[in-house]
Design a binder for this molecule. Sequence first.
Ligand SMILES: Cc1cc2nc3c(=O)[nH]c(=O)nc-3n(C[C@H](O)[C@H](O)[C@H](O)COP(=O)(O)OP(=O)(O)OC[C@H]3O[C@@H](n4cnc5c(N)ncnc54)[C@H](O)[C@@H]3O)c2cc1C
Length: 596
Amino acid sequence: MADKSYPTGGEFLLSETAPGDAFTPEDFDENQRMFSTTVDGFVDSVIAPVRDELEYKGNTDLGKGLLKQAADMGLLMVDIPEAYGGMGSNKATVMLVSERMANAGSFAVTHGAQSGIGTLPIVYFGTEEQKTKYLPGIATGEIMTCYALTETGSGSDALAAATTAKLSEDGSHYVMNGSKQFITNAGYSDICILFAKIDGEQFTCFIVDLHADGVTIGAEEHKMGIKGSSTCSITLEDVKVPADDLLGQIGKGHHIAFNILNVGRFKLGASVLGGIKMTLASAVPYTKEREQFGQPLSNFGLIRKKIADVQTSGFLTESMVYRTAGLLDKAIETLDKSAEGYDLAGIQMVEEFSIECSMIKVYASEALAFAVDEGVQMLGGYGYCSEYPVERYYRDERINRLFEGTNEINRMIIPGMIMKKAMKGELAFLKAAQTVAEELTALPSFEEPGEPEFMEDEMKLVANMKKVVLAGLGLAAQKFGMGLKDQQEVLADVADICMHAYACESGILRALKKADKDGQDSAALMADMLTLGVHDAMDKVGVLARNVLANTVDGDELRTYAAGLRRLTKHDPVSRAKLHDRIADKVIAADGWTVG
Ligand SMILES: Cc1cc2nc3c(=O)[nH]c(=O)nc-3n(C[C@H](O)[C@H](O)[C@H](O)COP(=O)(O)OP(=O)(O)OC[C@H]3O[C@@H](n4cnc5c(N)ncnc54)[C@H](O)[C@@H]3O)c2cc1C
């Protein structure tokens, strides 16, 4: 914790971050921007010509060829270490590739499964032999890979898997039986990162050859969206898996499963951010062209509000996504790259930030859900028709709240991990919670505020949001003890407050950094988005916090805490209409996404 040279996961709740220490999209270097251009080029030249075939005819067979073309442009090797034919890029670059790849629609999911969950278990947990055997081929697209955790009977409860593996008498191979469900890219993958229980007990990870005898790939699922991505079941009947293809340690499959999900979650955040930008790029020009009542839709206050709100929640999403990428990179940079076990240590760093990974997953996927819903609304009836891409964005968005751990499961992880870190002494949460509880029950002070500096008011509100997390979770922990894990509504409300605090703080740090570098005028749009975003968030935090209290204490105790809470969540009204107007002006002028 304190002796570490980098901030750890969840620490944002207890400490302040200097704006200069927060990574922002404005910090991308030439090399990273080049990646972005490469992905854009791939989407324009390779995906655009087959878009209809993929998205509307649901031709999932195209996936394999498209992956090969992505590999030829270097887009499958970003996350693979240089020693095994990859680029070993940092997390910020990986996130940027995921963000830009969102423009590839269904193929973004195909690409994510191959280059992320299908590859990273080998990168992080593979032996030297396994890495040498598989990674170069995965990087060049000669080996297609997928990841099979889910089964018909075990989705969120992944460790309840029924697939079994039994070691042969001579110890040369395992005999595997069972069935996996909803496996992305299973239709054409060569290998699969697959989880099974040895002797029905020890949850373990394997690399399974999908061309082996006894493997049957089911028919493609008929899905609501991402229709061009392959999703099939995999059935295993007495499949022989060489003992050398056991990945990681026997009985430690959950380490692989959960750590890879953490990576999937922050990459998903970047991908859905791309979706928010795509939605604005489709909807905003439409609102300028379409006229009703003798004027463009973009003149109407309620349409301008939608544009401003989508842009603002996208800005907060982007700020938290890349701030987290910077945190991960900073932590990973402290490792010795030449040391044995460097890759494994890298994934342990990611695990330290599992709170942030889950926050990004939930916040970003719900920001996209909001964006596509408003996107359809901006287009009216045309938004409901497949002639316009927002109809597809609306359907494609839905999966993001389901996979990589449903949003319910991720909401439980956020406070769960905070408490776990607190109990292990990795986060000085309990002491801080006690201090805030004392502040809440003390008499109020009546300090006269002076003239606020740039973003000072917003920063104070965010500091108070963090106090609400500390007070709410601290109180709930005290009241429910070990039973806290069963108080799902309380935990979910705390998770939401936590996300608002992190998202808003990330945006503020970004605006302050921008203002420090280029002057306050350059951050004027960011400042407007933050005033709007922080006030909106604080309104929600007020309601969430009241629920946490009322679900935790009652009687006089409830009244005392509620009074303290009112002080913490108090904020002066702002004219949202004026803010919406100013933000919408800039977004409309830019024909979509802009931060200034
Ligand atoms: C298109 C697609 C692609 C996929 N790709 C892959 C893949 O490549 N590999 C893979 O392994 N899996 C994949 N999945 C599976 C996906 O990860 C699971 O669908 C997801 O984990 C949820 O599991 P489930 O569908 O069994 O839902 P369930 O676990 O049955 O959940 C149903 C509902 O109950 C809620 N719920 C469950 N448990 C709790 C709890 N403890 N507390 C509160 N609420 C709870 C859930 O949040 C959800 O709302 C994919 C799924 C789809 C649809």
